[in-house]
Ligand binder design. Structure first.
Ligand SMILES: Cc1cc2nc3c(=O)[nH]c(=O)nc-3n(C[C@H](O)[C@H](O)[C@H](O)COP(=O)(O)O)c2cc1C
Length: 176
């Protein structure tokens, strides 16, 4: 049976992308698949220095969690028309652990115009590590949240669709 990982890459304690990740994690648990949750703000990861960082115990734990997963859902803030630096650092630290993963994205942004912001990160996953990217992202702005709650039913529905699509594609690929 395939394994799934939902990883939150925001450092903000009041993060909307983390809320989206938790909603996706709940969907995957309801679907009764093997699924783990990781919040990289809790891992005390080093910055990638292409040297000693790879021997750090936190890096090793993160690498092991990614290697174990077949399908990964990345929840990320949009910062400067890109994913968070923390998401990029995660990829730099773990590199080839991403080979052949099926990857889906959940993005929290401030405005509607940054909806293509995950593309350079997704390109790197595709071209460097032959990941398959689910071509349907969830993109939400602050309007979808009321204080600490995700209240937008359309975004909830879309998170469910993307989680289901991640499972469908991962099952299809892994059964071959
Ligand atoms: C440094 C920084 C850069 C940002 N850049 C963008 C941006 O390029 N486009 C955008 O729509 N929102 C931008 N925002 C707004 C964030 O995407 C928004 O606050 C989002 O909720 C962050 O995700 P999080 O709540 O999971 O941390 C930026 C916020 C910060 C702090």
């Amino acid at each position: 049976m395939p394994n799934y990982l939902v990883v939150s890459t925001s450092g903000n304690p009041d993060s909307n992308s983390r809320r989206m990740g938790q909603a996706a994690f709940d969907c995957l648990k309801k679907a009764k698949v093997n699924c783990e949750w990781l919040d990289i703000s809790r891992l005390d990861l080093p910055l990638c220095d292409a040297d000693a960082c790879y021997n750090d115990p936190s890096t090793k734990n993160l690498t092991a969690a990614i290697k174990k997963a077949d399908g990964v859902m990345i929840a990320t803030p949009v910062y400067n028309y890109d994913v968070s630096a923390a998401a990029k650092n995660m990829l730099e630290l773990t590199g080839s652990a991403w080979e052949d993963k099926i990857v889906a994205f959940l993005c929290a942004a401030g405005g509607m115009s940054s909806y293509m912001s995950v593309m350079s990160f997704a390109n790197s996953l595709m071209l460097d590590f032959r990941c398959l990217i689910i071509p349907r992202f969830v993109y939400a702005t602050g309007d979808s949240f009321d204080d600490d709650k995700l209240t937008d039913t359309k975004i909830f529905k879309r998170i469910g669709q993307v989680a289901a699509e991640l499972v469908r594609v991962t099952n299809g690929v892994r059964s071959k």
